[in-house]
Design a protein around this ligand. Structure first.
Ligand SMILES: [Zn+2]
Length: 598
């Protein structure tokens, strides 16, 4: 198994090729476009672009308060934002990449409408790096800086609505070589790369700010799986893909044993359904669609039975054409279609025992391209040449999107100049390189005495930098880890109020000045979480008063004289004597001193 990752991180601040902010919302203004592919400099049309062209869709773009004429592609790009470039250089350096001498932005053809211009601008910043993992070095091929695509709002049959708020947001793309050996290794690598990027101030911490593509191969061609949104879904997605490809391998063996595949023309079978009781078909007729049937030789039992799911592979094609799903003989009887209707179709197509039949509900224009596309797809499966672009679904499944793009899709951006990256700039950025995850974990354990579980939890919840801010205010690392990982989440659940780091920091300042112990700090945070007390009142609250040295001394003295007290029960016995907070360390210290003096 070979796995590579492409991880995309949004940066915040200014967009890459104009001065619009990365933050904004959609307005009600819109304009419409249609896209057609053009030939590359080499005189070829990219196959992914051609595929999109067959889909023949219209696009509507909603303007946003953070978009201008650049996003509308009515004005050339401005000079790229230098802060974004610096961030991409820092990331390249942290990943041990060579930074390029000159940045040359390229245009990458994208005609699914997600870019108004029909291309995405992208520039390589760093190359040939690596990241250390528990299973060896994973090589980094490139770190690129590119513009994010428009945000998809809705997807109708032949029409897509986009919002321009996301278009042009700077996106750092980090691509690894296929050095990752399994799904857990993929998650580890993604986490370690993510830690570096998320350490930077201008990483955009929003819901969809990180997106991962997984490049996967188990010997049947490279599959590029787009848009794995959550880290944990990498595991499910890879598992699904392994299962899918193994089942296709089995299906392809069976087909080869039976003979070969052949798909007949799609025949209009409307007349068979004149008196049908199938609601689905009645609805299709009402929408001026026809019923087309085709015979797939030697595919019986492989469309949907046991682990076989060729029907789903074909339905991806019809869905991409905007037809919707398809019905097939492995599912019949079903969809309200009668035995008589089925037999009439089977007779008409001369269906043999090994053959399958599919039905689609569409209009006549699409039926020819449909036959070609299904035939092409089946041939690829039978030859087990499975390379293609797929989409990751939230369920962990993947589905066919389009052919893999070829090298024809790239050509130089002529509207921006080459940008020279001088050594001075690189040297000045060296000091901003974030620490690696391994170094941070060892620091948390060795310098701050946290356990492995606590260290991992801080990192996994993105709390490392918050933790460091707090330790700088009051150096009680164990207590702060507990506050961040247990107390605050618990109070939030209990009182439904989010405290926010700023308030916690203020409480820690007060705690530091008053030498509060853990119990008192926790009590203060809980009181604040009720939302009933102002933070400035905390210091003066009776409940948070701590006993001073003399009062503690008096109580310990009394306890030692009157009771059977030892080191084990002194703290609980002391607690019985007072309602106020106290520092257990001080109690113990006084106890030991008094004990010695007796
Ligand atoms: Zn703009």
């Amino acid at each position: 198994m070979k796995i590579g990752l492409e991880i995309h991180f949004q940066l915040k601040g200014s967009k890459l090729f104009c001065s619009c902010s990365t933050e904004g919302t959609k307005k009600d203004l819109y304009f419409q476009r249609k896209m057609t592919p053009t030939m590359s400099e080499l005189g070829k049309i990219d196959r992914a672009a051609e595929y999109e062209n067959i889909r023949n869709r219209n696009f509507t773009y909603y303007v946003s308060d953070n978009s201008c004429l650049v996003e509308a592609d009515e004005e050339p790009p401005h000079d790229p934002d230098m802060e974004n470039i610096k961030t991409a250089i820092i990331i390249s350096l942290a990943l041990h990449c060579n930074v390029v001498d000159y940045i040359s932005f390229m245009r990458k053809i994208v005609i699914d409408g997600s870019n108004t211009s029909g291309f995405q601008r992208t520039g390589i910043i760093g190359m040939d790096g690596y990241i250390e993992t528990s299973k060896g070095k994973v090589r980094i091929s490139t770190v690129t800086l590119e513009e994010d695509a428009a945000r998809k709002l809705s997807n109708r049959e032949d029409h897509v609505d986009y919002s321009l708020d996301r278009l042009g947001i700077p996106l750092v793309e980090i691509s690894t070589e296929p050095d990752i050996v399994d799904e857990n290794h993929a998650i580890e690598t993604a986490k370690k790369i993510g830690f570096i990027v998320m350490s930077l101030n201008n990483f955009r911490r929003e819901v969809d700010s990180i997106r991962q593509d997984v490049n996967f191969s188990m010997g049947f061609g490279r599959v590029e799986i787009k848009g794995v949104s959550k880290l944990s879904m990498i595991r499910e997605t890879i598992k699904y893909e392994v299962k899918r490809q193994l089942s296709l391998q089995k299906a392809s063996e069976i087909i080869n044993e039976r003979g070969n595949i052949h798909i007949s023309d799609f025949i209009n079978v409307d007349n068979i359904f004149v008196n049908t009781t199938s609601n689905m078909i009645k609805k299709a007729f009402a929408g001026n669609k026809n019923v087309f049937a085709a015979k797939l030789e030697n595919l019986n039992g492989l469309l949907k039975k046991g682990d076989f799911r060729l029907g789903k592979e074909l339905a991806d094609v019809t869905k991409n054409l905007g037809i919707g799903g398809l019905m097939h003989s492995d599912e019949f009887p079903g969809y309200g279609i009668s035995e008589t209707e089925l037999n009439a179709i089977y007779d008409l197509l001369n269906k043999g025992a090994n053959d399958a039949v599919i039905l689609v509900l569409t209009n006549a224009d699409t039926k020819n391209s449909l036959k070609n596309m299904i035939s092409e797809r089946l041939n690829k499966i039978i030859n087990m040449s499975l390379e293609e672009t797929r989409a990751a679904m939230e369920s962990g499944e993947t589905r066919y999107l389009r052919p893999l793009p070829g090298k024809e899709r790239m050509y130089p951006e002529t509207d921006t100049e080459l940008i020279e990256i001088e050594d001075n700039l690189i040297n000045s950025l060296m000091k901003n390189i974030p620490e690696s995850m391994d170094i941070v974990i060892s620091k948390l354990k060795n310098k701050y005495g946290l356990s492995g579980v606590e260290s991992d939890a801080l990192l996994n919840n993105n709390l490392y930098y918050t933790f460091m801010d707090m330790v700088n205010v009051y150096e009680i690392p164990k207590t702060i880890a507990r506050i961040l990982l247990q107390d605050i989440p618990e109070y939030e659940r209990k009182y439904g109020i989010k405290l926010g780091n700023e308030k916690v920091l203020k409480v820690l300042h007060i705690a530091h000045n008053n030498k509060w112990e853990r119990n008192t700090i926790e009590k203060a945070l809980e009181i604040l979480s009720t939302g009933k007390v102002n933070i400035n009142e905390l210091e003066f609250m009776e409940e948070l008063k701590t006993l001073d040295y003399d009062s503690i001394n008096d109580i310990v003295r009394k306890l030692i004289i009157n009771e059977n007290i030892n080191e084990k029960n002194i703290i609980p016995e002391f607690r019985k004597q007072t309602k106020e907070s106290f520092n257990p360390g001080t109690v113990m210290e006084i106890y030991k001193k008094l004990k010695r003096s007796i």
